[in-house]
Design a protein. Sequence first.
Length: 653
Amino acid sequence: MSSIESILTETRVFPPSEQFKLAANVSGLEAYRALCQQAEQDYTAFWANLARTEIDWHQPFTQTLDEANAPFYRWFYDGELNASYNCLDRHLATHGDKTAIIFEADDGTVTRITYQQLHQRVCRFANALKRQNISLGDRVIIYMPMSIEAVIAMQACARIGAIHSVVFGGFSAKSLHERIADVGAKLVITADGGLRGGRTVPLKTAVDEALTLGAEAVEKVIVYQRSHDDVHWQTGRDLWWHELENAESDECEPTWVNAEHPLFILYTSGSTGKPKGVQHSTGGYLLGAITSINWVFDYKDSDVFWCTADVGWITGHSYVAYGPLAVGGTQVVFEGIPTYPDAGRFWQMIEKHKVSVFYTAPTAIRSLIKLGGDLPKQYDLSSLRLLGTVGEPINPEAWMWYHEVVGQERCPIVDTWWQTETGAHMIAPLPGAIATKPGSCTTPLPGTLMDIVQEDGSPVIGTGGGLLVVKKPWPSMIRTIWGDAARFKRAYFPEELNGLYLAGDSAHRDADGYFWIMGRIDDVLNVSGHRLGTMEIESALVANPLVAEAAVVGKPHAIKGEAIVAYVVLKGHRPEGEAAKKIVAELRDWVGQQIGPIAKPDEIRFGDNLPKTRSGKIMRRLLRSLAKGEEITSDISTLDNPAILEQLKQAVS
C-alpha cells in the first residue's frame, strides 16, 4: 500500500500561556512526558494506580488486566463498584449543596439541581424501576429529550445494575425498533414530546410505532411529561414518570457490580447498514471518563462545564451523564439548538451561566460562523478559560475563528480524537502542557499507545500517513459488539494487523509527532495514484473567505480512478448560472494554490446546507450516492433537512 499523503500545510503553533500552565493539572511538557514514561515503564501499574486513586471501590480489585482471551480484554475484573455511587453518593458529604446540573430549556427557563437533590431523584426513580421488575442485567432503552430526567434515567439504571441503551431522540421509529429488538429491551423510557427550536418532537408517537413493528420483550413504557401533548395511551403498559417517582423512597442502596459488568450498550452505524451495539464495562469506562476530564479539560472545582452533545451519543455519555458528575462538577445541560431563537444562543448562555469550559462540535462552530461570525463579540465571554471540539477533525480556519473570536486568543483549544468504541479521549492536547496546532488533535494521552501503520500492519516510521491504530488495550475500550463477538473481532482486530486495534480513521504524523486525522478510511480518495484524505481538501475550501462549509467525496473516474466532488455552502446566498460558474472556477484555483493541482475538485455543487442528522453529523454516504447519480433508497428519516438533497443533485455546468 502506498502511504496516505498529507497535502495540508499548517505552520501556526499556539503554546499554553505561562498563567494557564502554572495552574494546570498537568503543568508543562515535562510533566506530560513523565506521565507517559510511567505508563511505558509499567503499563498495568500505571492504570491500576489511577483506578485506585480516582474510583471508590466496594470490593478492591487485585487483578488489573486479563489478556487471556484477547481481544476480549478484562480490566479490574475482580473488583466491585457502582457507577451511580461514584457519580453521586461519594460527593454528598462535601458537595451535597453544590449545583450538579444547570438545565436550560428550549424556551430559556432555567432549573438548577444540587447533588443532594439529584441523588434523591435518582434513588426514587431507581426504586420505581425495581418496582417494574427491572433488575441486574436487564436492558432498558432510553429515548428522551435533553433534560435532567435523561441523566436521572441513565444514573438510575446504573444504580440497580440495569444496562441502558440510549437512542438519540432524532432517530426514526424504524431505527428505534431495530435497537429495541437487537438489545432485547424489557422497558422503554421516553417522553410525551421533546422541545427543540420552538417545535415539538413527538417521541411517544415514535415509541408506539416502533413497538407495533414487534418488540415482544418490552413490558412497560415509562413516559416523562415534558410537552404536555395528547398521546396514545396503552393501559397496563404505559406509565407516567411523575406518578411512579412520587410514590417512591429517596433512598436506594446501590447494586454493587463486577468491574466488567456492562454499564451500557450504545449503537453506532456500521458499514453493513446494521447498527453495532457497542458494549462498555463499568470500571474501565468510568476511569476513562474521569482521567480525561482531569487531564484534557483540566477540571477545577470552580468550573462550570458545558458539553453541548446529546446524551444519545457517546460524548453525552462520557461528558454529560458520567464524567462531570464523577468528579463532582457543575455542568450545563441544554434542551434546545444553537440557532434558536437566534444564532447568539450559545454565547448568551455562556454569559448567563458563566461557563468556563465549553465543548462542542466543528459542525456547530462552522454553522455559527455562517449565521453570525461577529455575534460572540456582543456577549461577555470572559468566564471562558478552555474550549474544546469533538466529533470530527476541525478545519484550521474554523479553529482560528474559535480561538480568536470565542476564546479571545486566551483560551487553549483541546481538539479531541476518540470514538464511541474508545469510551474516552485518546488523542488530545493536555492544555497546560502541549502546544496546539490548528486542525491537529496533537498527541496521545498518557497510557494511550497510538500508532500509524500500513495495511499489512507494518509501522509508518517517522512522518507519514496510514491507518490509525492502538497498540495496547486500554481501560475504557469497547468490550464487544452486543450479541456479535465475531463481528467485533473482524471490525476492530483484523488478522492482518496482528492484535492492533483498527480505529477506522486515516491519520498523518508530522515531524513533531503530532497526529492529524485525515478522515475515515472509507473517505480516502485515490486520485491518479495519490491517496488523499478528504478532510484536507475540505479544510482548503473552508479557508476561502466565501465558504462556510464543505464536504468532499469521490466518484469513479475512468482515467484517474476517482474524481473529487465537493459540496459547498457559501456564507452568502447559493449562486446560480454564470455567478455559480465564476465561483466554481475561483474555488478550484484556490484549492490548487492551497494544496496543489492534484486536489482540485472535478465538480463543485452548491447548497444552502449539507445533509445532516439532527446531531449535526454530515451524511457522507448520501453525498457519495448523489455524486454517482444513484437513486437514494435508504432511510433518510434521521436527516434534519431532507429537502436539501434535491439542491445537491446537480453539478454546476
